[in-house]
Write a new protein. Structure first.
Length: 480
């Protein structure tokens, strides 16, 4: 399926035209990274890479796209001719989807011509920012639930059809075990799940009648919604009667709460189910849940077996976007690739220069110690002392002596505009995300005031950065 190159910001096209008409199209390297953790958290889960690769392989400008651009009056015939045969021919290095990631380190880097790198920027950020945000939100929900069973059912609250599909995919990577989105189930192989709506209960002459008909149709998947009228005075009573009939046939069932005080109601419902001999019946809950509510319910012993999370999961809830950016890091000159960087009065917005790699250093107990952003050619041997410099200042540093391995995180995923190898199954991405989180100490995973994981730069990168800043400062005119 062809992906239209028009899914980009206009200024990307006007800049690209300028590069072409001024014969300024060197080979370059761009980095994508983010500046702060979403949700005030201590980690993020990298997602969206496979969809991005699909996009880059199929990116083109149709004749209709070219005609539209021509009608704007902004674009020269030479540039329109260039776009008519455009395809991405660059290389892509990235972390693996599902990797636990942190601010300030490149999640991916693009090697291509300047025009190609510019034309893919908006699409790249759109894919990675959104899916990383949603995968991270889901991981927070998953951990808050005590690594419980999470069902994503945010389709009706998602940001349009495309947002719903991307959210379902990312949520599964981040820890959701199922989705209510049937199309996502088909396209991505995600398990699908669902119960019933209040309208089902209200469509029958009685609540008992509604439950019986549902259990007759779906005896293996009967989760009955018990709060349409009165949870404790009618809903649970009718559910128990239907549940006992299912038990006689060797079938299990469950109930769902979608309103009220979930902590109180889930305890009372559990007591009633157990008293009736339905200890195996599951309790599912929903109703505007997020990780903070779920953590409180778990902490207070709410007997919940299945968490249905919608709006906050697929929209990001309290944080609507990841702060991902895409910056030029190196450009080719007559003498090779020259490191470049953005210099800002705000040190946190001054970027790191050059073609980079990220190494994750591990302690003897196989837990991560810190991530080190280096030039691509740098490496170390176990036992060798390594200096970690703060990326924003020129004095904070620590020396690491005790470590057993340094794992490079950026791998090549595209060469010459084509994918390297087959896409990983979504189940493997999910397994990587969940197992990767377990490597980190719980202090990094707290919802409130998490410990900050260190991302540092090497000594040679620090020196290169200072040289570029000094050169820039020396070139500025002296204020009168």
């Amino acid at each position: 399926m062809k992906r239209s190159g028009l899914l980009t910001d206009l200024y990307e096209l006007t800049m690209a035209q300028g590069y072409l008409l001024h014969d300024r199209n060197p080979r370059v390297v761009f980095d994508m990274f983010f500046r702060r953790q979403p949700f005030g958290g201590g980690y993020s889960i990298f997602a969206g890479l496979n969809d991005l690769i699909d996009d880059l392989e199929e990116l083109s400008f149709s004749s209709e796209d070219i005609a539209y651009l021509e009608s704007s009056g902004l674009f020269h015939t030479k540039f329109l001719d260039y776009l008519s045969t455009f395809q991405f021919t660059g290389d892509l290095y990235a972390m693996q989807e599902g990797t636990t990631v942190f601010p300030g380190e490149p999640l991916l880097r693009v090697h291509s011509s300047l025009i190609e790198a510019q034309l893919i920027e908006s699409r790249l950020l759109n894919q990675i920012n959104f899916q990383t945000l949603i995968a991270t939100k889901t991981a927070r929900v998953y951990l808050a639930s005590g690594r419980g069973k999470i069902m994503e059912f945010g389709l009706r609250r998602a940001q349009g059809p495309d947002g719903a599909m991307s959210a379902s995919r990312a949520a599964y990577i981040g820890g959701a075990g199922a989705t209510s989105n049937t199309l996502a189930g088909k396209e991505f192989g995600i398990p699908t799940s669902g119960t019933m709506a209040h309208s089902w209960v209200m469509a029958f002459d009685s609540e008992r009648d509604a439950f019986e008909h549902y259990a007759e149709l779906y005896p293996e998947k009967s989760i009955l919604l018990i709060d349409t009228y009165d949870t404790l005075r009618s809903g649970i009573n009718n559910a128990i009667e239907v549940g006992l009939e299912l038990k006689k046939k060797g079938r299990s069932f469950g109930v769902r709460l979608d309103s009220g005080d979930i902590q109180y109601l889930s305890r009372r419902v559990r007591e009633r189910l157990n008293e009736a001999g339905l200890e195996d019946a599951v309790i599912a809950v929903s109703n505007e849940l997020d990780e903070t509510i779920i953590e409180q319910l778990v902490a207070h012993g709410a007997p919940v077996d299945l968490w249905g999370v919608g709006t906050s999961l697929v929209t990001g809830g309290s944080d609507s976007s990841l702060t991902g950016v895409y910056k030029l890091a190196a450009k080719e000159t007559a003498s090779g690739f020259e490191p470049t960087m953005k210099v800002s009065d705000n040190p946190s917005k001054t970027t790191n220069p050059g073609i980079k790699q990220v190494h994750r250093f591990y302690a003897r107990d196989n837990t991560p110690i810190a991530d080190l952003v280096s030039f691509d050619e740098e490496s170390w041997s176990p036992g060798e002392p390594v200096s970690f410099f703060h990326p924003d200042t020129d004095y904070r540093c620590f020396r690491l002596h005790e470590w057993i391995k340094a794992v490079p995180l950026l791998r090549q995923h595209m060469k010459g505009g084509k994918r390297i190898g087959a896409p990983e199954p979504l189940s493997e991405l999910r397994a990587r995300a969940l197992s990767g989180l377990e490597e980190f100490d719980d202090s990094f995973k707290r919802l409130i005031n998490p410990h900050i994981y260190r991302v540092s730069i090497t000594e040679i990168m620090k020196q290169t950065k200072l040289k570029i800043v000094t050169r820039f400062l020396d070139s500025r005119p002296i204020d009168e």
